[in-house]
Design a protein around this ligand. Structure first.
Ligand code: F6R
Length: 616
């Protein structure tokens, strides 16, 4: 949801900002812009609709002209993607430049007030209103630049990570944060700001993650001074060491991040298990669960909240926890949960799942659950993300940075953590005996090598199959039990990157309506592992074939029954039914990837989407 980058120091600011924006393009790519402090302290500003590459094409002349500047890559909220709605935005006097990630919810009333005072607006954005609101506090109320920003922020509500420069305050900028992420990189006589640490990871390993309600004044001369926005009281910075490496955020020879991330899954799942599965001792070690075991075991109910792919992982989590730990589980879209006045008590445990750890809907739902006294456990991928910090306890997924907008390795890592949690609680509350527990533990431990197997055995076959579906306009995905959410996830992957309409259903629901859609033009991907109500799925496949649907069967290696009826067959290794969604996800990810690639779509940056959804 918009990426922001700022730099001050001794390097070419243009280079740092533009390269940084490219790393943040996963956050939005509707437009891009840059402002640098030029000669005579005048701003040099360029901005344009479209990607950072468009910006580069119009801003070559800014190379090596400045050591301080900032840039923005946009995911449009207020106002269509266009040159004039692109950031940075200037105030009416042209002296204040501002970039923003988030939404100023009360911008309209401020805009009306400012218009009444003669301010004019050149865009439809909430951001331009904030830039002018700061000018208003400086000119009409007589505040300093810094104090004017503070005053303006105390009047607005919504979400923001902002970086602001003033022509009369050369060599410095001011940043502030509320509900949108902002990291400050600390170098030697140089400072970086960005929506995440990826733009500065090769320059420094030290960073401060600005907290909600804090603002910072940054200059090479005076360093980083952090204060509370509310009362200007000073804040001691918490400096953290970055674990991120440059290699992790580069494509490493793959054509797209998505393909790289699909192929990373044996490692990302293994990393998620590392140090947690201790086979010799017969235990699962998870500090977050162990430290809160009593509270979690006593829960009358577990509520899982998440969005999108993470919500699909949550649905599988429901099956896992109910089966192994025998605690009732409900799974909710975070966005719905928060607005429907849910009944939550202090006996509830809420599990919030989020790859980015920044999703605004999930954040809001967590805040509500905490207000009502529930214990909130987070499952996040991004270390030190907002969700990981506001939850009471949690477990990281350790999948490494996921840059492709379509979630792949984060999903299978979430399933891994949920499996570990379910098994651990089940063992401790006695729902699973030791023999069962150990069987599942061995099986889970073998999953990374089985993922490697399915990647190797299915890659070429899936590539071939994808060619036959380039012109498909609809797709149906079916699965039963644990693989029903897997079908939903398969459909979501196809929709978001290839723009083909797709729906996922429990296979048995077909006959209650969707079967009317089946004809010779309807591709149906059906997940049919041996352990998952196989006989019933065989009947579902027969029903589809009787109506001439085109069946793509995702079956266990050596399957003959479903395979003999299917038009296309993709095999994956056998495992317990509860872990099969991890394996069946792989060929479905590859299928949507190749269909999208053959259709010429931008798989890493699909239209209208952004990786980190920090608006509600
Ligand atoms: C789909 C996808 C989205 C996210 C959703 C939640 O491929 O990536 O549906 O899963 O926006 O994001 P997180 O997990 O970051 O909270």
């Amino acid at each position: 949801m918009c990426g922001i980058v700022g730099y001050t120091g001794y390097r070419d600011a243009y280079n740092v900002v533009v390269n940084g924006l490219k790393r943040l393009e996963y956050r939005g790519y509707d437009s891009a812009g840059i402002v640098l402090e030029g000669e005579n302290q005048k701003f040099n500003l360029k901005k344009i609709k479209g990607k950072v590459s468009n910006l580069e094409a119009i801003s070559e002349g800014l190379k090596n002209t400045s050591h301080i500047g900032m840039g923005h890559t946009r995911w449009a909220t207020h106002g269509v993607p266009s040159d004039r709605n692109s950031h940075p935005h200037l105030s009416n006097n042209g002296k204040i430049a501002l970039i923003h990630n988030g939404i100023i919810e009360n911008y309209d009333s401020i805009k009306i007030m400012l218009k009444g005072k003669g301010y004019v607006f050149h865009s439809d954005t909430d951001t331009e209103v904030l830039a002018n609101f700061i000018q208003y506090f400086m000119e009409e109320i007589g505040k300093s630049f810094y104090e004017a920003i503070r005053a303006a922020l105390n009047e607005v509500y919504g979400a923001y990570a902002i970086c602001v420069m003033h022509e009369d305050e050369p060599g410095s900028f001011v940043v502030a944060r509320l509900s949108s992420p902002l990291a400050i990189g600390l170098g030697d006589k140089e400072y970086f700001v960005a929506s995440d640490a990826s733009p500065f990871v090769e320059f420094t390993k030290e960073a401060i993650y600005l907290e909600d309600g804090h603002m910072a004044h940054i200059s090479v001369e005076n360093g980083v001074k952090i204060h509370q926005i509310k009362d200007n009281s000073a804040v001691d910075p918490q400096i953290q060491e970055l674990k991120l490496s440059l290699e992790q955020i580069e494509k490493g020879g793959y054509e797209h991040f998505m393909l790289k991330e699909i192929f990373e899954q044996p490692k990302s799942i293994h990393d998620t298990m590392r140090g947690r599965i201790l086979l010799d001792e017969g235990v699962i070690k998870m500090a977050g669960i162990w430290d809160n075991l009593e509270r979690i075991q006593k829960a009358k109910r577990i509520i899982i909240i998440a969005c999108g792919t993470s919500w699909h992982a949550g649905l599988i989590g429901e099956y896992l926890i109910e089966e192994f730990a025998r605690i009732p589980v409900e799974v909710e879209y975070a966005s719905e949960f928060r607005y429907r006045n849910p009944i939550i008590t202090s006996d509830d445990v809420v599990i919030a799942i989020s790859q980015s750890g920044e999703t605004a809907d999930t954040m809001a739902a967590i805040k509500l659950a905490k207000e009502k006294g529930a214990f909130v456990y987070g499952i996040c991928n991004v270390i030190d993300s907002s969700i990981s910090r506001i939850t009471d306890a949690g477990s990281y997924t350790h999948a490494g940075p996921e840059i492709g907008v379509a979630s792949t390795k984060a999903f299978t890592a979430q399933l891994t953590v949920l499996s570990l949690i379910a098994l651990k609680i089940g063992k401790h509350n006695g729902s699973l005996n030791n023999t069962e527990f150990m069987q599942y533990l061995y099986e889970l431990n073998a999953i990374p090598s089985k993922v490697q197997d399915v990647l190797e055995s299915s890659h070429d076959i899936v590539k071939q199959i994808a060619k036959d579906f380039i012109d498909a306009t609809n797709f149906i995905y079916l699965g039963r039990g644990y693989n029903f959410p897997g079908a939903l996830e398969g459909a979501l992957k196809l929709k978001e990157i290839s723009y083909i309409h797709a729906e996922g259903y429990p296979a048995a629901e077909m006959k209650h309506g969707p079967i009317a859609l089946i004809d010779e033009n309807m591709p149906v991907a059906i997940i049919a592992p041996k352990q998952g109500h196989y006989d019933k799925v065989v009947s579902n496949v027969q029903e589809i074939k009787a109506r001439k649907g085109k069946v793509i069967a995702i079956v266990n290696q050596g399957d003959t029954q479903v395979a003999s009826m299917a038009d296309y067959v993709i095999e994956f290794p056998e495992t317990s039914e509860c872990f099969s969604p991890i394996l069946s996800a792989i060929p479905l990810q590859l299928l949507s990837y190749y269909i999208a690639v053959y259709r010429g779509a931008n798989v890493d940056q699909p239209r209208n989407l952004a990786k980190s959804v920090t608006v509600e």
